[in-house]
Design a protein around this ligand. Sequence first.
Ligand code: AHR
Length: 316
Amino acid sequence: MIKSLMITAAICLGATTLASAQTVGFSQIGSESGWRAAETTITRQQAEERGIDLKFSDAQQKQENQIAALRSFVAQGVDAILLAPVVATGWDSVLQEAKEAEIPVVLLDRKVDSDESLYLTAVGSDLVHEGEVAGQWLVDNAGEGECRIVELQGTTGSSPAIDRAQGFRNAIEGKDNLEIVRSQTGDFTRTGGKEVMESFLQAENGGKDICALYAHNDDMAIGAIQAIKEAGLKPGEDIKIVSIDAVPDIFQAMAAGEANATVELTPNMAGPAFDALEAYRNDGTEPKKFIQTESKLYTQNDDPQEQYEARKDLGY
Ligand code: AHR
């Protein structure tokens, strides 16, 4: 009797779980960086842990692919959409379509310049602040002499590229010895970072005139480190390096003395996103429009080897 009740309860529980299983479409930018790969891995893990059926679409860096993916999610009638938008502009129409279909959209890690009524919430860091933290590190560590800075920007038109550039400039404003002498996109990739750094080195007396590199992400910094070594200079010493993300490889570079500082961006945007969606679905709780993640600075003084060990298995 008890056994049969337990079986009935288990079947009912199973039925409840199935009936409430959510289907969520995830339009990911691509796999341009270690950070991006980690975000994808963690989003899949978070979905699996919550019994969410995640429909994953890799846009390969193209906004048109993301728009097509969103339209396909709407046509399939998913319960919600996660969107990591490659660039900031051009989302109004497709977000409006999702809204009309009553499908909540949560933005992950990058911002859009659409009206905020078109999405439920955005999970991410304060991207301007990240740039300010990186810039302040350089202000505190460049010394008094003239310091010529080169900048590797992220993907043109993306909110992190725009905001991290602004934040860094905010921090160094009024410091007459600090000057950004070259700035170009490396598209958030290692190969882009290496190629652009090679051209910076060539243009700046083989790199001897460069005092510091600010890279909008760690992957570009890692590509640049390679270029600096090939030019016969010591990254981290001859050229100070500050970047953003806190991926495991940058901690290895820091442990080797080849990078100086990084600002952490958590790759777990999906956890807070799914929590917000669940609360919204359960009782209509409207989340804050911006769910902010932390931006912590790490330097060579923060036991980079330990930081590497703590992160290396997280899917980066
Ligand atoms: O939008 C976040 C940025 O995108 C990360 O800093 C970078 O690594 C990624 O490509």
